[in-house]
Design a binder for this molecule. Sequence first.
Ligand code: APR
Length: 253
Amino acid sequence: MFDSTLLEALRNARHLVVFTGAGVSAESGIPTFRDRLTGLWERFDAASLATAEAFRADPALVWGWYQWRRSIVHRAQPNPAHRAIAALANKVPRLTLITQNVDDLHERAGSHDVTHLHGQLERPRCFKCQREPDAPLPVPDESEAGRRVQPPTCLHCGGPLRPGVVWFGESLPVNAISHAFQAAEDCDLLISVGTSGVVYPAAEVPQVAWRAGATILHINPAPGPLHGERDFALASAAGNALPALLNSAFAEH
Ligand code: APR
């Protein structure tokens, strides 16, 4: 069912990079960015809420939206795609996991050392002084999620807390993006899972790997165009494709 060259590339990989986007968490019930917002958030779009300007103009609106997202992530469970990626780490000599996602489902599936290019929902910090709160924030309950909520204030300077994610127009964490590019340069296989590949500089990670000579596999029900040699696509949901790939490559090995 899988191309034999691809299976060989996986079996023989010295350094595998797995690069994930919102699609890997879609089957856990977390909406992707290109999905339309639903319910109370129907009349907003993600791109206009995920900016520093939006937070400055209406902190309660933006914080409320992130509380809603946190409540979805807290209720969600890792799916077979997250678990297959965690299992892959035991099958290859080296695996680097790079995600654009701000949820913690890779960690909850058992992956270690996850590089979060776009930050993490559970790492809020002060909008003014950048300090992180000493204790984790309580999980929003259902009544709080989905409406405007004033953000908590920083104990050091009294500024509002902001979500620990990278908003549109902001720079990516320097360590995370340089680690991602180094891994992309070094790997021999990169599996890109559930990303539309339109948000830069993250979208460059697979391109860097391909230019450096790695084999690339895209797993996406709606894959983009391929670049010819060493470029493969599985037009399938990640929760089906990844466990099946793992089985085919390593079942009898
Ligand atoms: N399995 C695999 N892929 C899937 C699945 C699935 N079950 N369901 C949807 N997809 C694919 C979609 O076809 C789409 O190409 O996942 C992709 C999700 O794309 P986006 O919503 O654009 O998510 P992502 O690529 O992670 O977005 C990048 O944009 O808004 C910013 O910072 C945000 O990190 C995010 C970045």
